[in-house]
Design a binder for this molecule. Structure first.
Ligand SMILES: [Zn+2]
Length: 299
């Protein structure tokens, strides 16, 4: 055993010694032929050598610079995504960039715009009252709430949309009440939506939100169920970037609905139903409270 190992080592030493000799022989040969060359050719050869060396070093340098640029670029893209920059109007309807969750509550009409009226009953006032009650309930649950108006003022439809889009709201809930001019018998609750139906069943959209809101309203208020209605031409539904609905709580033109609406307990119940709808939508959207008590997208 020992002998074998030693002999192998010797072989190796022999081999590498042979290689070294071979290399030095080749170098000597090259040097000899170099010295035998005419002066001009020798000069040209040295020059070519240095030119090649220069080109080689420049190309290596260029590669390093390119690599650095690529790294910077990918960093910029990453930072841009994290800050939500550079994608102002191509926001996906159901995946907000920011992780914190805000619900925008939009009390219909206001100020000069009374909405529907019946005697001294103004739609704008009913809408605001239900909205403020709803906002209070949501805030009690720790949800960030932003109102498009929280007092009796006129706010343009585009401004209402901008408020929600600017803060990247998770949901947009508009509160209205209805009026049927020529049919006092018509009554009940309906929820309007517009967002195109998302083929992804796991994503919240206007239609899904409308179904949840409508369900909670009619089961809580025991009003007539007029269902959800696709309304593609309403500004606050069409231009908002997030799942949005208009909840038409009841008909001011119908005497029994009107009696309900003038009852504060009914308006409180409407606010509770809307709050429950938001909670159910949150569950679907995987919005949960984190350790610090903030409602966040968990996906
Ligand atoms: Zn209205």
């Amino acid at each position: 055993m020992f002998y074998r190992i030693i002999s192998r080592k010797r072989d190796k030493n022999k081999q590498s010694g042979y290689k070294m000799k071979e290399i030095s022989r080749i170098i000597r040969k090259l040097y000899n032929s170099y010295t035998k060359m005419p002066m001009k050719l020798r000069f040209l050869l040295v020059l070519t050598f240095f030119v090649l060396l220069f080109v080689f070093s420049v190309s290596i340098n260029q590669n390093v610079v390119n690599e650095e640029n690529q790294n910077n670029e990918s960093n910029n893209i990453k930072n841009g995504r994290e800050n939500g920059e550079g994608r102002p109007n191509e926001v996906d309807n159901s995946t907000p960039i920011t992780k914190e969750v805000t619900v925008v509550i939009d009390p219909g009409h206001g100020g000069e715009d009374l909405g529907a009226t019946k005697g001294d009953l103004y739609e704008k006032k009913l809408n605001l009252d239900i909205s403020l009650k709803m906002g209070k309930l949501l805030e009690d649950l720790g949800v960030n709430v932003v109102y498009t108006r929280d007092k009796d003022i006129d706010v343009g439809l585009d401004e209402r949309v901008n408020i929600a889009n600017r803060i990247n709201a998770a949901l947009f809930i508009s509160v209205h009440n209805n009026y049927m001019p020529n049919d006092a018998g018509y009554k009940g609750t309906e929820t309007l939506y517009c967002t195109p139906v998302d083929t992804d069943e796991n994503k919240m959209d206007g239609q899904k939100l409308a179904a949840i809101v409508q369900n909670k309203l009619v089961s809580t208020l025991k009003t007539v169920d007029n269902g959800t209605i696709y309304r593609p031409n309403l500004v606050v539904l069409r231009k908002t970037n997030m799942p949005a609905v208009i909840a038409e709580i009841a008909y001011m033109s119908n005497s029994s609905d009107r009696a309900k609406l003038t009852d504060e307990g009914f308006r409180q119940k409407a606010a509770e139903a809307l709050t429950e709808a938001v909670m159910e939508a949150f569950k679907f959207m995987k919005v949960e409270k984190d350790e610090s008590g903030e409602w966040m997208f968990m996906d």
